[in-house]
Ligand binder design. Structure first.
Ligand code: WTA
Length: 664
């Protein structure tokens, strides 16, 4: 890559530009900006024809579709509706009889470093056998199966097996609590849970099955007929007779062949819960056809995958990134991928770099939070610096989940990418199914901290609150003007909330992403400025402030009122800051410390450890207007430790500000 500086008069205040190397441009699928522009022009000229052609080229259809897009019931769009396909067949069966058949599909590395490999053919046999085991439990097309598994080959197998028989999976991240799990089981109406006795993380054995037991005992989970338990570690776990089966028991005698069931393109492939600004997490429903197309296509476009690549996406299958770029995309693309069970800091913070050297990773895709924490570790201990590992196999780096700050970008580029690997800063969301705005490795000049330009066919734009386009250089609301194949179809069980959250009337039918953004004056590059709603992004994990507030006030013996805001954090992007009014007098000193700990543990129990507030402040009250509305903007300033410069004349109780500013 070469560097050139350009005279950018933009709000980005970023004048470093990195152009793709000529050889990389030549070798790439989308080769140079002309090639990118030509695709964008093709999409503009014949929008549905553009998508129809891609869907024919990238997806294997059991029954071809005749209609590309149905907009008659907008915003409930339908894509390729009369076509039929199977997602698992598109990831596995299609490779049989091709050179991919005997290629390694997954290189699994366990927490302790043990490595297991499976070929595409072996994976097909495993998935088929597991699919037969699901059928033997009475699970049918359309049933929902909840998956609560660690990062393992078996986790991917469980997802693929559901897809194979047309069951809709709902994966819950292994860090969520029993309460959070129960909420999701009830909401999705799952008939079965696939889990593991334990999971291994950073040398520790952590329970999963007992959390499932606890969730199921909370009531409302009567829909669950069976629990299948993977024996990840030798430690025994309690089993309920008649309901629970080990994988071994469930798989015994099952054939390794199972025909993939063709489903309609709109059939729900999965429901994945994510946080919104109000109420409970929402079940984002994705359709089989459009989603699969996008998972496959973005592997080709964004990562420009080649047959010799070793792809590594570090995301957990419990998040959307682990769905699109672990469980589906790499398999559909026929590329070898690494699946890693452990954490980046165990046994030391050089683990990621050592993994890249060991498995000769060529494409590495991770989150800015991980990069920032590894920078910190490398700066304080030379032994875990990436320079200690041979990273010459790398050719493309990726970033996802939150804005990457230019300093972290530069470090990643220099110390991991050897100044040679393009960084694809991919902006997207659970709701979008796959990448939306991202550089292309063989085309887009890179600007640190910018996700650059939308993929061809993606009509991303920045508008004001009435839906009018904003000029470059002026910030606004990020929207997508026209539908795209992998978009969210609805919120499971709540179509009204879907309409209200994503297609508010004022915005002329545009999809509202929930992020603010600004385009640079010179190149029109997008930079995401963060969420504009009450959603926090902590270490790349989405958390609703309301969700955390509800968890706090559900501690009814102690908490009278709570308000949660985010504040910038160098390491985690944002940190959770909670302001709490107790039912007893305001605590100080050691008592405050002890109660804060109790509340943190409570939130971990209600939602999961990722939702624990970093900062808890106690007040006799919260800053409120005379009409009783909490003034969150003041709380945000207090959380940041800023002097209050806002107008406080509408504040009923100004003295409260000093009190909340105090740390115990
Ligand atoms: C944020 C993760 C800036 C954004 C795939 C979005 C990003 C939310 C980026 C979705 C990026 C994701 N640059 N911000 N490259 N990628 N975000 O649903 O706020 O877990 O709305 O999906 O993460 O988070 P989610």
């Amino acid at each position: 890559m070469s560097t050139s500086s350009s005279a950018i008069e933009s709000v980005l205040v970023e004048n470093r530009v990195f152009h793709p190397a000529e050889a990389a441009v030549k070798a790439a699928r989308i080769s140079g900006m002309e090639s990118y522009n030509a695709l964008c022009a093709a999409a503009e000229k014949d929008f549905t024809g553009f998508w129809a052609q891609l869907a024919r080229d990238h997806v294997v259809w059991d029954k071809p579709f005749s209609k590309t897009l149905d907009e008659s019931n907008a915003p409930f769009f339908k894509w390729f509706e009369d076509g039929e396909l199977n997602a698992s067949a598109n990831c596995l069966d299609k490779h049989m009889g091709t050179p991919v058949e005997h290629k390694t599909a997954i290189i699994f590395e366990a927490d302790d470093g043990a490595v297991t490999r499976v070929t595409f053919k072996e994976l097909l046999a495993k998935v088929s056998q597991f699919a037969n085991a699901l059928k033997a439990q009475g699970i049918q097309k359309g049933d929902r199966v909840l998956i609560y598994m660690p990062m393992t080959i078996e986790g991917v197998v469980a997802m693929q097996a559901c897809a194979r028989i047309g069951a809709t999976h709902s994966v819950v991240f292994g860090g969520f609590s029993a309460k959070a799990l129960q909420d999701r089981i009830v909401d999705v109406g799952a008939v079965a849970v696939v889990t593991s006795n334990y999971q291994m993380r950073g040398g520790k054995e952590l329970p999963l099955k007992s959390i499932v037991d606890e969730a199921l005992s909370m009531g409302g989970c009567e829909s669950i007929k069976s629990v299948l338990v993977f024996q990840r570690t030798p430690t025994a776990c309690a089993m309920v007779a008649g309901r629970d089966k080990t994988f071994e028991e469930a798989l015994a005698g099952q054939s390794t062949e199972c025909p993939a069931v063709p489903v309609g393109a709109e059939h729900p492939l999965f429901i994945l819960y994510t946080s919104g600004s109000t109420g409970k997490p929402k079940g984002v429903q994705h359709a089989t056809g459009g989603y699969l197309l996008w998972a496959k296509l973005t592997m080709d476009w964004t990562f420009d995958v080649q047959p010799s690549d070793v792809f590594w996406c570090t995301a957990d299958i419990g998040w959307i990134t682990g769905h699109s770029y672990v469980a589906y995309g790499p398999l559909a693309a026929g590329v070898t991928q690494m699946v890693f069970e452990g954490v980046p800091t165990y046994p030391n913070a050089g683990r990621f770099w050592q993994r890249i050297e060991r498995h000769k990773t060529t494409i590495f895709y991770t989150a800015p939070t991980a990069i920032r924490s590894l920078i910190k570790a490398a700066e304080s201990d030379d032994k875990v610096h990436p320079k200690q590992s041979d990273l010459s196999s790398l050719r493309i780096l990726g970033s996802v989940g939150e804005p990457i700050n230019p300093e972290a970008w530069m470090w990643y580029h220099k110390h991991v990418g050897g100044e040679r690997c393009p960084i694809v800063d991919t902006f997207w969301q659970t709701e979008t199914g796959g990448h939306m705005i991202t550089p292309l490795p063989g085309a887009t000049p890179l600007v640190p901290g910018s996700c650059t330009l939308p993929l061809p066919g993606i009509t991303a734009a920045i508008v004001d609150e009435a839906g009018h386009d904003m000029p470059n250089g002026a910030g606004g609301i990020l929207v997508v003007k026209r539908p795209w194949p992998s978009m969210i179809r609805t919120i499971w069980g709540d179509p009204e909330r879907f309409k209200k959250s994503y297609f508010p009337e004022e915005l002329k039918g545009y999809y509202l992403a929930g992020d603010g953004a600004v385009r640079s004056a010179d190149r029109g590059y997008f930079r995401i400025t963060g969420r504009i709603d009450d959603v926090l992004n902590v270490s790349g994990h989405r958390m609703g402030t309301m969700e955390i507030e509800s968890a706090l006030v559900s501690k009814t013996d102690l908490v009278a009122e709570a308000a949660v805001v985010g504040r910038p954090d160098d390491l985690t992007g944002e940190a959770i800051c909670a302001f709490v009014v107790l039912k007893r007098s305001r605590p100080t000193g050691d008592e405050a410390k002890a109660i804060a700990k109790e509340l943190r543990d409570w939130v971990a129990k209600e939602i999961g450890p990722i939702a624990k507030p970093k900062d808890i402040r106690f007040g006799e009250n919260l800053p409120k207007t005379r009409s009783g509305k909490i003034m969150r903007r003041l709380l945000r300033s207090i959380a940041k430790g800023e002097a209050i410069t806002q107008d406080t004349s509408t504040l009923e109780n100004p003295a409260i500000l000093d009190q909340l500013g105090e740390k115990y």
